[in-house]
Ligand binder design. Structure first.
Ligand SMILES: *Cc1c(COP(=O)(O)O)cnc(C)c1O
Length: 373
């Protein structure tokens, strides 16, 4: 099998989704599954839908196109403010988008009218992360502008936390968002379908003791894919942490137990100065590097230590001195490492198939449970 490769267990992703969706359902919250970390991989998206996600959310149009090309027809929400240069495609591919800019909203409306559509707008409100969003005090003004814009309909409001500054949402933040939802509805006599509280960083709040108020949606990527709470790093009960495994091949072992005197300029002398270093560990070189993943974001297998990585090499120190050149080492990944590996051209994605996933080979050979895309 090729390496480096990313092995994806679709059943674990469906299971993680089902577990989190079930717990949030009891709190009156539905899940929009975020596929950006897996570059809109259709089979992974389908596994999230099979697990009960209400819809998909994406940050990049290229990924939405990939989902649509694979035949996924569920609602896909654009969670990054659309680029002005992309409004035409956004209204064709996405029912709804998150927005903060009047000029973009007008352009979306005009594009929607050209395609005989009404495009849904979710207004993103800034609540402390200082990434995207309008200031809460400008909410009514913005809502009026949206209502005056032909071709768009206000579907809801949302907030985002912990992306830029790592600060988790508080109960006060969530109550403020609920308050704003009520205020808009009273003021403008309309019904907001969606009040989206945030991302995986909101789960501690959502599973906690506080009332969830008007919050009825969370946009979840990391928690579903990796089974972790991004703020605390804690394992989310009942989920798998190993739905993804990165596999890389050993291309060199042992050599570093002989250490040259590196500063010696004369090569003939340098050769004679090689001397053995007595050590119980072996340095191992793997054929994977920063171009394939975020090396520091890999969790090291037992009895190994991360030494460093360059663009194409990863160096480990291993207690297992029996590891041979040609053998494979398996890693679990953090979110950044996963995102990079999914986007890397030399990392093959291997699916452990879930029968209901699209594009998964329904082969009858010995590789029945493996499908490569
Ligand atoms: C990436 C992103 C999410 C999902 O974040 P996770 O931490 O993966 O749950 C949700 N909302 C927005 C706006 C995002 O950019």
């Amino acid at each position: 099998m090729n390496s480096p490769r990313l092995e994806v267990d679709l059943r674990k992703i469906s299971h993680n989704t089902r577990t989190i969706v079930g717990r949030l359902q009891r709190r009156g919250i539905r899940v929009s599954a975020v596929t950006k970390a897996v570059c809109g991989h259709p089979a992974i998206a389908q596994a999230m839908l099979n697990g009960g996600a209400a819809g998909l959310a994406e940050a990049r149009l290229s990924n939405v196109k990939r989902l649509r090309r694979a035949g996924i027809t569920c609602p896909v929400t654009m969670i990054r403010t659309p680029m002005l240069s992309q409004v035409e495609e956004v209204v064709q591919l996405c029912e709804t988008s998150y927005n903060t800019e009047v000029s973009v909203i007008s352009a979306l409306g005009a594009a929607a009218l050209r395609h005989n559509k009404v495009h849904g707008i979710i207004l993103m409100i800034e609540m402390g992360d200082m990434r995207e969003g309008i200031l809460p005090q400008n909410t009514r003004h913005m809502v009026r502008r949206i209502m005056d814009t032909p071709g768009v309909a206000l579907k809801g409001i949302g907030a985002n936390f912990a992306c830029l500054n790592g600060i988790a949402p508080t109960d006060i933040n969530m109550r403020t968002l609920s308050f704003l939802a009520n205020d808009i509805e009273c003021q403008f006599r309309l019904l907001l379908q969606t009040v989206s509280g945030g991302n995986s960083a909101n789960l501690t709040w959502a599973f906690g003791p506080h009332a969830t108020g008007r919050i009825n949606d969370l946009r979840l990527g990391e928690a579903i894919l990796l089974g972790v709470d991004p703020i605390t790093g804690a394992h989310i009960d009942g989920t798998y942490r190993d739905a993804f495994t990165l596999v890389a091949e050993v291309i060199e072992t042992d050599a570093k137990s002989l250490r040259p005197l590196l500063r010696c300029a004369d090569q003939t002398i340098a050769k004679n100065l090689f001397f053995p270093v007595i050590s119980k560990t072996t340095r191992i070189v793997l054929a994977i590097g920063e171009q394939d993943t975020d090396a520091a974001g890999l969790s090291m297998p037992a009895n190994t230590k991360f030494v460093g990585a360059t663009s194409d090499h990863l160096i480990l120190e291993a207690k297992d001195v029996t590891l041979l050149t040609g053998s494979e080492i398996r890693f679990q990944l953090g979110y950044g490492a996963l995102m990079h590996a999914m986007a890397a051209p030399d990392v093959e994605t291997i699916l452990r198939s879930d029968r209901s996933a699209p594009n998964a080979h329904d082969a009858h050979g010995p590789d029945k449970h493996l499908a490569s895309v």
